[in-house]
Design a protein around this ligand. Sequence first.
Ligand SMILES: [Zn+2]
Length: 350
Amino acid sequence: MIGVTATAPRDLLAGVDVGGTSIAVLLADSQLVVRGRYAAPTRRDEPEQAGQQVAAAVHGACRAGGVDPARIAAVGVGVPGRVDSDAGTVSLALNLGWREVDLRDQLEALLGVDCFVANDVRAAARGLVERRVLGGVDDLVYVSVGTGISAGIVIDGHLVLGMHGMAGEIGHVVVRPGGARCICGLRGCLETVASGRGIAARAQEALDAGTASTLVDRRPVTARDVYNASEAGDELARSITEEAGRALGRVTYDLALTFDVERVCFGGGVSQAGSAFIDPIRRELDRLRGASPLAADLLPLDLVQLLPAGTEAGVWGALFLARKGRTGRSVREPDGKEVGGRSQPSPLAT
Ligand SMILES: [Zn+2]
């Protein structure tokens, strides 16, 4: 008798988005029809269990979709941090408490299929282009504004990685010299002014200093609280969200000057504040257009946008990572044996 497992076609891909609060998994077939979904809370500070945690989530998606795990052909994993995609390792993911995790090797040993690991925002940016989420836009920057801030840069449809795969780490561009101390060691980085963590810290400092605000009873105050209060007319909250928008607007202009992109798309938890988040950025871009003919030329009126609702950029980006890796790495020889070189370039860089 031939078992189901032995004959199951490997026709599904898995995309895994490892976030600071939850791990989300998407299973899809070659037509990109969703065949399973799953999400579980992230267990932080367990680097030795990283592979097991991700593998368990992949199996959870299989159970949820009623599909045999043996049908999975490849797994892509997006991780918020410094990732060496060629080595398959996560050298540092502060929000997860992971350091020097050989995630790909752990996962491949557990799942028995090719696995690919990349920075989550870079993978998401690539996925946006692959899925044509922004229409025919081939030159774009995807900026994720959440606990931290990071970006993925796509030029002529190709993701820009740089020497360390770090191209797009704009959260540590200094926008306020001498400002608040950043987790990276410098002062006044974009993250200290406009990330979820930075916005909450700015509000808390002002409240501790006795500034009057409707936020006074919120402990701990969150970035979402600040954006809500700003929309409701709170002066302190408004000054903080305006400064965040000015900083993001200026960095958007820097990105337009550096890469001449058609679109800068914002996603991530903080961006879910919607118009309260994006309007201050648009105001700063309007101000720049009014002050400089160069800016007016370089900054199209529809330069910035919010990620469309329901995009699920993280899991889809990871899934395309699996698809790219699968097609890029697997070469079938005449005897049917698959060969693949670890020395091949990262599947992201295609
Ligand atoms: Zn920094």
